[in-house]
Design a protein around this ligand. Sequence first.
Ligand code: SAM
Length: 205
Amino acid sequence: MLGSKGFDLWADGYDRSVGLSDEDGTYPFAGYRDVLNEIYSRILNCKGRDVLDIGFGTGTLTVKLYEQGCRIFGQDFSPRMIELAQARMPQAQLLQGDFANGLVPALMQRQYDAIVATYALHHLTDRQKITFLQELRPLLKEGGCIYIGDVAFINRTELEACRCECGDEWDEDEIYFVYEELKAAFPEMTFEKLSHCAGLLMIPA
Ligand SMILES: C[S@@+](CC[C@H](N)C(=O)[O-])C[C@H]1O[C@@H](n2cnc3c(N)ncnc32)[C@H](O)[C@@H]1O
């Protein structure tokens, strides 16, 4: 599992390596652009403009929302990722913190129209995911939504099929979302499959 230092080292080459995997249609980033575009359109189609991004990385998604006038808040544990994203979004409130310990107090003080987490929460166990998402949900404004875009599957059979296809490429350290297994904790959650390994999970307020 990559720690904050690993992400610091990956930061400068991140956009390029993700783009290549998406273009080739290969695990883990096949469908990455579609995931981000889908979340972008859904947020811009809503009224509110306050967006919290968990594990924002270089800011690929939130920079576009920022340019459309959204107020961006975020938490990431990699100083280099924060530096790169802050340079692209000078007015955004981007704070350092490990989300395995929850949201940093300053970001708990307000509510958001959208909370997004793309390709970040697979670093948490399923139990930690549920606890964290339950902590985030009350921070949504009325009509708001949590958007999780990631390597994700509707059920374990689909995950296992992808794992077989990927062979040695499969990252055993990452714990991917399985919609049918998390739905018990969030009955209103929905799932959209966007590639053979990518999905969008949405939890309304
Ligand atoms: C694969 S990148 C995804 C970046 C961006 N959301 C995207 O879709 O391109 C994962 C990001 O989550 C951050 N991250 C991973 N684990 C974290 C943790 N436990 N606490 C805070 N940030 C974390 C990393 O530093 C990195 O910026």
